[in-house]
Design a protein around this ligand. Structure first.
Ligand code: ADP
Length: 253
């Protein structure tokens, strides 16, 4: 038993080292490349065709960086290396922020964004940056997979011990045969379309979104009909909101 535990410990150790090495080995060259290309683009003598090529290279570097970030997040999540920085916040604020970002992103493709939150604060113990990422992943997908003139909506419902977040759209939807797989890593419905085409992506966004929901003790589900849109529902437990005890010398104001 001891030998087995030692072996397990050493393999977890190597996995952790591998992730740390991969982070360094992959991120550093990407940063160097990005800085070099950005510097070359500021050269006033650069011909237009060269600038256009550099722009394409830069786009690829951004995509590659996003892929590396997403892969490393999932690798660290697998090895249990991510600790949530939990604090109690009013979830309406994060939903409002996501709606604002969605509004900006929706301008170019001509989509409308609606957001409904309850009138009272919805206090919940969460890792803000992770839940922000979850919301952004869902709204950016809603925008990406909804043709011009469509709608994207965000909703928040307080259910006492739990909250429900709903992100929906009336876009292209997801075929029934693909629905069970869309939270799988690298799964993309339309693989015929290139990863860099009209709807670029890596197929890792929903895998990360699911991990975030589950790391908070929550769930994520999807309902969709092709041509009708998709609705993602995230249910999160509020967990007891721990109110810090008042300082002992506090006086009633
Ligand atoms: P991607 O980077 O491809 O967007 P995701 O993991 O975020 O990766 O999503 C996986 C796949 O699920 C997408 O490629 C797309 O086919 C489908 N999908 C996700 N969100 C939506 C949506 N709102 N409407 C239609 N299809 C969606």
């Amino acid at each position: 038993m001891n030998r087995m535990l030692a072996r397990l410990e050493s393999s977890f150790g190597s996995l952790r080292r591998f992730t740390a090495d991969a982070r360094h080995e992959l991120k550093t060259p990407l940063m160097v490349l990005r800085a070099g290309v950005e510097r070359s683009m500021t050269n006033p003598q650069a011909p237009r065709e060269v600038l256009a090529s550099l722009e394409e290279v830069l786009e690829e570097i951004y995509r590659m960086s996003e892929l590396v970030d997403n892969l490393l997040t999932l690798a660290r999540a697998d090895e249990g290396g991510i600790t949530l920085a939990v604090e109690t916040v009013d979830l309406r604020e994060l939903v409002g922020e996501a709606a604002e970002t969605a509004g900006i992103l929706a301008e170019a493709p001509g989509l409308s964004v609606r957001c409904e939150v309850p009138p009272d604060p919805v206090m919940i113990a969460i890792d803000q940056s992770r839940i922000r990422q979850l919301l952004l992943n869902l709204v950016t997908n809603g925008i990406k997979y909804t043709p011009a003139g469509g709608k994207v909506s965000l909703g928040l419902v307080d259910q006492g011990d739990t909250v429900t977040l709903v992100v929906g759209d009336n876009g292209i939807g997801i075929p029934p045969t693909d629905l069970p797989h869309i939270f799988d890593r690298f799964y993309r419905v339309d693989t015929a379309r290139s990863r860099t085409g009209a709807r670029p992506g890596t197929g890792l966004g929903l895998a990360i979104t699911k991990w975030i929901a589950e790391a908070h003790g929550g769930t994520i589900t999807v309902q969709s009909r092709p041509g009708r849109g998709a609705v993602f529902t995230v249910i999160l437990p509020k967990q007891p909101v721990r109110v810090a005890p008042p300082p002992s010398d506090a006086t009633d104001l």
